[in-house]
Design a binder for this molecule. Structure first.
Ligand code: GDP
Ligand code: IMO
Ligand code: MG
Length: 423
């Protein structure tokens, strides 16, 4: 299958976890390269449901190696909990099938405190973060005061640096009206987590380079989505990493000229969890999907905001990611809709825009221009062959793929592995 980068082409939660699980069959190694446990990737194996936050979704397949790359921000206590959760579900994770980059950055309790405190102070202008400390951890990385995994597992260096960093961060927490954090408690918790994780820690850059040289198939598992990208998203309503295809290289150390293909995952409609503009947001489709018990966040449980498919946005996503192939998921979510709308342009101040404006305030003021498609109004979740999908459904999917500007290769009509069709 060669080296494949998989990205979310919308605002996250496109069904990346499910598609990664399916594509892992043809890969040897699955790598997470950015983000942290703000991600929630859902995979069903039979009736068993798994939600992966930091560990790549490839972990559920035997004999695959998963890598947490250098671009990830890692909450060690959260990761140990995730390992324990998988063990309870019968998934064995050992240093043979999980490797952690020694240069990934570490999330601390003060990052979570600051994430929450900044959100509260912003009031109505809040980003709606997952409060997992992601932004402050990447902030420390960029400010060159972060801890890397090698610092976490270093027995002598860790306690000393912890004291230094905690002292400064407690000053900030106090200034923001919070309660200072306790050194001994953090030391005990983080030392215990470091002891658990030490055997998994390695130089993943060298490992991936050697794997590339021997021709291994590597799958790069994107987290979040294009419009949550720190550079290309709806700033400031974004996450703090590069969720677009370039992040796969910087976050793993595998250079761009070793990448073979970019697969974009998108839903047949649009969702977003958290604040920020969502031009096609629509109460009718939100109510429909929530009424079916769908579109509640895998990490925070929040109801996702829902809207019609936005082809202006996905065309932009195809551009910045270089998407070659598309996987469209949650097609069955539209099964009962009589007339489906697709946003083909935006209108603002009497002008028609074919591209996403960079200014979030302008994007928020954009009114979608819709093209209507006849629905298929019949269940699709039992269908296993593309040819058997209703003709209106195939027409809709091929149309939105064409508007996006990439080739449709995978269609998904349900959360299970079997509910996947290859074109
Ligand atoms: P991710 O973050 O991109 O991995 O996506 P999430 O797991 O957060 O959210 C996607 C949700 O859609 C999960 O509950 C999946 O089980 C579910 N899902 C994925 N593909 C399909 C599909 O084709 N149909 C249905 N009904 N559910 C799907
Ligand atoms: P997966 O990988 C959807 C959103 C948050 C918030 C913004 C910033 O499951 O698709 P952060 O905690 O990262 O600082 O929050 O980004 N967000 C996601 N939305 N899916 C995700 O991950 C997300 N990870 C972060 O809701 O709007
Ligand atoms: Mg998710």
């Amino acid at each position: 299958m060669a080296n494949v980068i998989l990205v979310g082409a919308q605002w996250g939660d496109e069904g990346k976890g499910k598609i990664i699980d399916v594509l892992t069959e043809q890969s040897e190694i699955v790598v997470r390269t950015q983000g942290g446990n703000n991600a929630g990737h859902t995979v069903f194996v039979g009736k068993d449901k798994y939600v992966l936050h930091l560990i790549p979704s490839g972990i559920l397949r035997k004999d695959k190696v998963c890598v947490i790359g250098n671009g990830v921000v890692l909450d060690p206590v959260g990761l140990v909990k995730e390992l324990d959760g998988l063990a309870k579900l019968g998934v064995t994770v050992t240093p043979d099938n999980l490797q952690i980059s020694e240069t990934a950055h570490v999330v601390f309790p003060w990052h979570r405190e600051l994430d929450g405190a900044r959100e509260s102070r912003k009031g109505k202008d809040r980003i709606g973060t997952t409060k997992r400390g992601i932004g402050p951890t990447y902030g420390d990385k960029a400010a060159r005061v972060g801890f890397r995994v090698i610092d976490l597992i270093h027995r002598e260096r860790f306690p000393v640096r912890l004291q230094e960093r905690l002292a400064e961060n407690n000053e900030v927490i106090k200034a923001l009206g919070g309660t200072p954090l306790d050194y001994d408690a953090i030391l005990a918790e983080y030392t215990a987590a470091a002891d658990r994780l030490r055997p998994f820690v390695t130089n993943t850059v060298v490992y991936l380079h050697e794997a590339t040289r021997r021709g291994a198939n590597i799958l790069f598992e994107g987290a979040q989505g294009t419009f949550l990208d720190i550079d290309h998203g709806t700033y400031p309503y974004v996450t703090s990493s590069n969720t677009t295809a370039g992040g796969a290289s910087t976050g793993s150390g595998v250079p761009p000229n070793r990448m073979d293909k970019v697969v974009g995952v998108m839903k047949a409609y649009t969702t977003r969890v958290g604040e920020g503009p969502l031009p096609t947001e629509n109460a009718e489709i939100s109510d429909l999907l929530h009424g079916m018990g769908r579109e509640f966040g895998a990490t925070t449980g929040r109801a996702r905001r829902c809207g019609w498919f936005d082809a202006v946005a996905t065309r932009h996503a195809a551009m910045v990611n270089g998407i070659d192939e598309l996987a469209i998921t949650n097609v069955d979510g539209l099964d009962s809709v009589k007339t489906i709308q697709v946003c083909v342009a935006y209108e603002v101040d009497g002008r028609r825009l074919k591209h996403l404006p960079s200014d979030c305030e302008i994007l928020a003021a954009c009114v979608p221009v819709y093209e209507s498609f006849p629905g298929w109004q019949t269940p699709t979740d039992h269908i296993t062959r593309w040819e058997d999908l209703p003709v209106n459904c195939r027409h809709y999917l091929l149309s939105i793929a064409q508007m996006t500007g990439a080739r449709l290769t995978i269609t998904s009509v349900g959360p299970a592995r079997e509910q996947t069709m290859f074109l």
